[in-house]
Design a protein around this ligand. Structure first.
Ligand code: TRP
Ligand code: ZN
Length: 869
């Protein structure tokens, strides 16, 4: 019987490497059925070296062929399924020696999309975090940094293009129709940043001049029919390069930078040195096929990967527990870039609101559930499970707090010192904190708690105004619920931006630093009771416990000069009403009306202000969740809003039109966002009148944003017209995989509609559709993940049918692609929060998955933690 407990890795068990690598030469003969990988590695003693230490290399699913040391065949080694241990080394390993290994891998059978694999007949690699060991035996850990020279060989007709990291040294014709290309990367790098791409691809290219006057070659490689969709990615790349020079003084360090798009990919994109590999979804766009949101996502992912060149590649992570060192910081940098691209203060606020919405919708639930972990985890079973919204998005919030505490200039000084100290090294989150602290002579000791403690902190707000002394007192008390393995919490260091709003408008914004469990501030000479605007611009990633009166919330919603908090007040007001099963009253409707009519406000901001809090965020406010009740209350609230403001909607639908040729700019995108929100409100209020208008918009649209929004509104409201439009949409875009993903996603995201069959039944049909593929992550996401993770009211069917479908899908996906399966497995994380009968049904589904004897470590960890082990 198998009684193995899952293996855990612990942060505090880190040991520096015993050996390290200097020069690495790879000679790779590409063949889908049998790729031969020859490596030649110069090995040196590492920091933990002791004479006589064996060299332990890792390998995964490799066929071993031969080993040589210093040019001679070598017998003193031991092979296990995961290791190659070489012992009795020459000179006890004290001096440089050369290891040569030949091994074989099978790209065409690799469905995990980690290591070397085939997609649409072309070769790609994905090595982060531990994929390189699927290519050859290696010290596959980020603190071993080596210089690489790579010879790629392939049959020329099948693989005319051969790419790897760095600079192209030469190309050669070989016998029997083969050819080769030799690449050299001048920068030492960890194995996770290695990449190769080979196949039938074409590129657009551009030469730019960077701040030092150097010329750089930029290329975007795609399948030939996609060339026309690469302009936006190229523009985004150029904008990112210039932004990093301006904001952080960081210049592109390579002669050439390549981006390659691939349609089978586990995540968004990957920052391999000089050879970024992207999911097609984050490269390809044209107005006819991509929405405004797609354009914005492409811009931010292109920027994200480019920014990794410094924050991740030049300075990398000592070990995978430090992942947030590069990811939190790089998300912060891409968020700042996107905000700057918006070009106005109100645009920045729109970007901030979108980011916080996402944090609350995805990260708050994670931080309250069984997979909760600090941004720097202390323990993991499978590192792939820790590419989380906590490490990325909360990690970015933590970096943002440095900037709030130290100011923009202080933050820049900290970044400069970080690169001065650590360029070319593999370091820890502590090193980053120390650079920030030392550059600013600020004690940030307590700030380390953000790296060690999980859970969303709560801050309770109590205020007292004394009209006789004209004093206003503010007391803030912090707490944080126990999380797995962390019963007691130490107080956090919070930067809290606040302002007292008075009629005299005589109080400035201030930055409070809350460091103790409870602290009181006194403000003098306050002529009348002020309205408190606190945690402005979401300066700290917390939940506020603040029983602010409805009158004060309305004041903030109508007048706060901090656009984020203005939005926030509306969200809070609406949330309280929805959770209490109330409908918007006359005063709230009037406040919404004023907001919609205010000519000074951005349409994009108005659209966000009219969007209700996500269901998953509402769940987190409850002790016991009844998903159908929350759906119904939220829907009723929305319907009332739709009914009460019909006149305004009708006018806005006209005013927000953007006549003339399509423009992708922010102003027009904001108008489209508001217009399309309005369209869905109109369909909610009077479907009979507005269904023809929505159908008309669908038919005449010259861009995907408007076409998709109209179709989505028709589907969500269960219009009969939706069926014809769906058929038309499929036929129109049958050859465009990314648009067909939208077609699938739209249908699996439909909330319940009275009189229509359940979305679950439709999703089961979609799963049988000829164009559905279980081994393409984008397609799987658009059908299965969209339903289980992003469509709560349809997924949480009271008969548990959704959970049965979930279990079937996890079990079907796991043998194909454990990463994709494990992400889906997370859909039942919060099962203990649900009321009956949901909770018991979820438990039964979890038990069924858990009973499978052959689960991957990825899924095993998620399911195990759901049961609290
Ligand atoms: N480093 C990548 C990023 O943040 C993340 C990534 C891409 C990844 N592909 C992956 C992580 C596959 C794990 C597995 O941009
Ligand atoms: Zn990243």
């Amino acid at each position: 019987m198998k009684t193995d407990l899952p293996q855990s890795f612990r942060r505090l068990e880190y040991r520096p490497p015993v050996y390290t690598f200097d020069q690495v030469e790879l000679d790779i003969a590409l063949d889908p059925a049998r790729t031969i990988v020859k490596s030649r590695i110069e090995v040196l003693p590492g920091k933990s070296f002791e004479p006589g230490s064996p060299l332990i290399l890792v390998g995964h699913e490799l066929e071993f062929v031969s080993l040589r040391i210093n040019g001679e065949a070598y017998r003193h080694f031991k092979l296990t399924p995961e290791t190659l241990t070489i012992h009795s080394l020459p000179k006890e390993g004290k001096e440089k020696f050369v290891v040569e290994i030949i091994c074989v891998c099978v790209p065409e059978r690799n469905t995990s999309l980690m290591g070397l694999y085939v997609s649409n007949g072309n070769f790609f690699t994905q090595c982060e975090a531990e994929g390189f060991r699927k290519i050859t035996y290696f010290l596959d850990r980020p603190d071993v940094m080596a210089r690489y020279r790579v010879i790629l060989r392939a049959r020329e007709v099948e693989c005319p293009v051969l790419l790897s990291n760095g600079n192209l040294l030469n190309t050669e014709r070989l016998p029997n129709g083969w050819h080769s290309a030799t690449w050299e990367d001048p920068f030492p790098k960890p194995s996770y940043l290695f990449a190769l791409v080979a196949g039938k691809l074409e590129c657009i290219e551009e030469t730019i001049t960077t701040s030092s006057g150097a010329k750089k070659l930029l290329q975007i490689w795609v399948e030939p029919h996609d060339l026309k969709k690469t302009r936006h990615a190229m523009d985004s790349l150029i904008a990112s390069i210039h932004w990093d020079e301006r904001r952080f003084g960081l210049e592109l360090d390579l002669e050439r930078l390549m981006i390659v798009a691939v349609s089978d990919f586990n995540m968004g994109a990957m920052e391999n040195k000089g050879l970024n590999i992207f999911n097609t979804k984050f490269v390809l766009a044209q107005p006819e096929t991509a929405t405004d949101a797609d354009f914005a996502n492409i811009e931010s992912v292109v920027a994200h990967e480019y920014f990794h060149n410094w924050t991740g590649n030049r300075v990398t992570c000592q070990d995978w527990f430090q992942l947030s060192l590069k990811e939190g910081l790089t998300v912060f940098r891409d968020q700042e870039f996107s905000a700057d691209q918006m070009g106005s203060e109100s645009g920045r606020a729109v970007k901030r609101i979108e980011d916080v919405r996402l944090l609350r919708q995805l990260q708050f639930p994670e931080d309250a559930g069984p997979m909760a972990h600090p941004i720097r985890p202390d323990e993991y079973q499978e590192i792939n499970n820790f590419y989380t919204v906590t490490v990325y998005e909360k990690g970015s919030e933590v970096v943002r707090m440095y900037q709030t505490l130290l100011g923009k200039e202080g933050f820049r000084k900290g970044m400069d010192l970080y690169f001065k100290r650590h360029d070319g090294q593999a370091v820890t989150c502590d090193d980053f904190l120390m650079a920030m602290a030392d550059a600013n002579s600020k004690d940030l000791t307590q700030f380390t708690n953000w790296y060690s403690q999980a859970g969303t902190p709560r801050v309770k707000v109590q205020e007292h105004y004394d009209p006789t002394t004209k004093q206003y007192q503010l007391t803030l008390t912090q707490s944080c619920a126990p999380r797995p393995g962390q019963p007691e919490k130490k107080p956090f260091h919070f930067p809290l931006k606040m302002r007292l709003l008075t009629r005299a408008n005589d109080q400035q914004e201030q930055l409070l630093e809350l460091t103790q469990a409870s602290q009181t501030w006194t403000f003098d000479n306050i002529a009348e009771r002020p309205v408190l605007s606190i945690n402005r611009n979401f300066s700290a990633p917390i939940q506020l416990d603040f029983e602010q009166s409805e009158a004060d919330l309305l004041t903030l919603f109508s007048n706060d000069d901090d656009a984020f908090n203005r939005w926030e007040a509306g969200q809070k007001f609406a949330m309280q009403m929805i959770l209490n099963g109330r409908l918007p009253d006359a005063q709230l409707i009037q406040a919404y009306r004023n907001l919609l009519l205010d000519p000074a406000l951005d349409p994009a901001f108005k659209a966000l202000a009219l969007m209700l809090p996500a269901e998953s965020y509402l769940y987190e406010q409850c002790k016991s969740v009844d998903p159908q009740k929350i759906f119904t209350a939220r829907r009723a609230f929305r319907r009332e809003l739709a009914n009460q403001l019909q006149l305004e909607w009708t006018a806005l639908y006209q005013q927000m039109q953007t006549p003339g040729p399509f423009k992708a700019n922010g102003v027009d995108a904001g108008k489209r966002a508001l217009k399309n929100l309005v369209l869905s409100m109109l369909l909610e209020a009077s479907p009979a009148v507005w269904t023809p208008m929505a159908t008309h918009q669908y038919e005449i649209a010259d861009n995907m944003t408007d076409r998709y929004a109209a179709l989505s509104a028709l589907v969500v409201h269960g219009s009969r017209a939706a069926q014809d439009c769906l058929i038309d949409f499929y036929n129109r875009f049958a050859n465009d995989a990314l648009v067909i993903d939208k077609w699938f996603g739209l249908q699996s995201s439909r909330p319940p509609v009275d009189g229509l069959e359940s979305t679950l039944l439709e999703v089961k049909k979609l799963r049988e559709h000829a164009a559905f593929k279980l081994n393409n992550p984008n397609r799987v996401h658009s059908v299965i993940h969209a339903f289980c993770l992003n469509n709560p009211a349809s997924f949480h069917q009271s008969d548990g049918g959704g959970y049965e479908f979930w279990a079937d899908s996890v079990l079907a996906l796991d043998p194909i692609n454990p990463q994709v399966a494990a992400r889906l497995a997370r859909a039942l994380d919060r099962w203990r929060l649900f009321a009956q009968p949901y909770q018991d049904c979820m438990k039964a589904a979890l038990e069924r998955v858990s009973a499978c004897q052959t689960l991957s470590p990825d899924v095993r960890e998620v399911i195990g933690k759901a049961f609290g082990s």
